[in-house]
Design a protein around this ligand. Structure first.
Ligand code: NAD
Length: 474
């Protein structure tokens, strides 16, 4: 744990192992935090707040720029840790660490845009509107993108003048701890960013309940998000909730099939399918369905699966045994009810050299029964259901047939089709001829059970401020 600029052990001296999902070996251990460390971290953040908030926003921006530069310099080392604790291929881990630096730089550059308004109101008076930081903010993230999701939360919060208590997922605390260290090395004062490791039900809940915390930004499962919102209501905290998704990808009859196949493979199998905005359901126009599915099968069967540290690996393991068990249950449900045809995959990968590790074969399912959970729920693993559809009406109806509304994509060159999907599919982000791309400039967040509020863009910066008005009567 990293509290007030120092490494801290838990009050009851319990430790949590960090397991490499590709080898099942323990690579490190971190303290299992308690309510006491959460309280210490909030106090450290409260103590650091006045001087951090009093800085000229540009000064805060400069420190974030320095932090980003250090992260870029040490990216190789950071990416290695990320792969070892999380499983994704090294190349993707490098991209994620660079993504962390990109987000820091984006918000650092926005620091001078934190302005207010001056309103002359005639002879009766003048008014001024300012945007103040909130105080101590709490952030909680899952294990699938420990670097990028950390940046999405800490960068706007810190630039806006807040201090933070950050809780990484129990499975992936190492990269976050290293990143927090580097930011302090870059000059961010001790206590400004604190990291408390531990279990969600203990550390996470204590952070959400803490009266000293003004806002919680949470990313994770929809059920946990609802619990967070309920707990936050107890002290009337504002919340940003980035929750699950079941993103549809619609491939239209005029689509560039090769590009769409490549987009589907990357969109579903990146990070072993464990991405909130992964392509979780694919609807293809029936006129190109057969050709599309043939090409998809061949490309998926060619994916190189293995330890993310090995050269050329395109897909790593699942995050752990619980995640793999969940996928196996979903597949058992599908096969026992005859709700789909497994075109490829559908099993563990444990033969040499993968006899250890939580690997699961990249899987494509066709002829999916409309009632199958694959077509409405969030499947957080490398399983892609494909359904042929006769018209856009059917595609849009299926696309919206889920409690989620995070992302969606349509692959077409027909502007009318693109426009129709954009306006009728219920999702926070709609891509045309892309999926997954999330630059820090565009606001990101969900409709329906996919969340509340937005990360990225200027909206996120403003969500870490509160508006104060001054009226001067003459
Ligand atoms: P999770 O909800 O189990 O855990 C997320 C974080 O919350 C972890 O740090 C965990 O320790 C903590 N936590 C658990 N119980 C808590 C509680 N009662 N109070 C406070 N904190 C608690 O989610 P997960 O399984 O780690 O992550 C996968 C989920 O995250 C998927 O649903 C995925 O779609 C979602 N996700 C969403 C986004 C997005 O931006 N929308 C991004 C990535 C992942």
């Amino acid at each position: 744990m990293w509290i007030g600029g120092a490494e801290v052990a838990g009050a009851d001296e319990r430790w949590m192992p960090v397991i490499n999902p590709a080898t099942e070996e323990e690579i490190d251990r971190v303290p299992e935090g308690t309510l006491y460390e959460v309280d210490d971290a909030v106090k450290a953040a409260e103590a650091a707040f006045p001087s951090w908030a009093a800085k000229n926003p540009r000064e805060r921006g400069i420190l974030l720029f320095r932090g980003a530069a250090l992260v870029r310099e040490r990216h190789a080392d950071l990416a290695r840790f990320l792969t070892m604790e999380q499983g994704k291929p090294l190349k993707d881990a490098v991209d994620e660490v660079r993504g962390f630096a990109n987000v820091l730089e984006y918000y650092a550059a926005l620091s001078s845009s934190l302005t207010g308004e001056c309103l002359p109101l005639g002879s009766s008076g003048d008014a001024m509107v300012t945007h103040e930081p909130l105080g101590v903010c709490g952030a909680i993230i899952p294990w699938n993108m420990p670097a990028l999701l950390m940046a999405w939360k800490i960068a706007p919060a810190l630039v806006a003048g807040n201090t933070m208590v950050f809780k990484p997922a129990s499975q992936t605390p190492l990269t976050s701890l290293r990143l927090a260290n580097l930011l302090e090395e870059a000059g961010i004062p001790p206590g400004t960013l604190n990291v408390v490791t531990g279990r969600g039900e203990v550390v996470g809940e204590a952070l959400v309940r803490h009266p000293g915390v003004q806002k919680i930004s949470f990313t994770g499962d929809a059920e946990t998000g609802m619990r967070v919102q309920e707990l936050a209501a107890g002290s009337l905290k504002s919340v940003t909730l980035e929750l699950g998704g079941s993103d549809p990808m619609i491939v239209w009859e005029d689509a560039d099939i090769e590009k769409a196949v490549a987009g589907a493979v990357r969109g579903r199998f990146y990070n072993a399918g464990q991405t909130c905005t992964a392509v979780k359901r694919l609807f293809v126009h029936q006129s190109i369905g057969e050709r599309f599915v043939r090409m998809l099968k061949s490309r998926v069967e060619g994916l190189k699966v293995g330890n993310g540290l090995s050269a050329g690996v395109e897909m790593g393991p699942l995050s752990g045994a619980p995640q793999r068990n969940r996928i196996e249950k979903v597949m058992e449900h599908l096969t026992s009810r005859g709700q789909g045809l497994i075109l490829t995959g559908g099993m563990r990968l444990q033969e040499r050299p993968l006899e250890r590790g939580y690997f699961y074969a990249p899987t494509v399912v066709t002829d999916v029964h409309p009632e199958s959970p694959l077509l409405s729920q969030e499947i957080f693993g490398p399983v892609l259901p494909v359904m042929c559809v006769p018209d856009l009406e059917t595609a849009i109806r299926h696309a919206n047939n889920t409690r989620y509304g995070l992302g969606a994509s349509v692959w077409t060159h027909d502007i009318t089709v693109a426009r129709e999907v954009f306006s009728r599919v219920q999702a926070g982000v709609v891509w045309v001829n892309r999926h997954l791309t999330l630059p820090p400039e565009i606001p990101f967040g969900g409709f329906k059970s996919s969340g509340i509020g937005r990360e990225n863009g200027t909206q996120a910066l403003h969500s870490y401020t509160r508006t104060k008005s001054l009226y001067i009567g003459w």
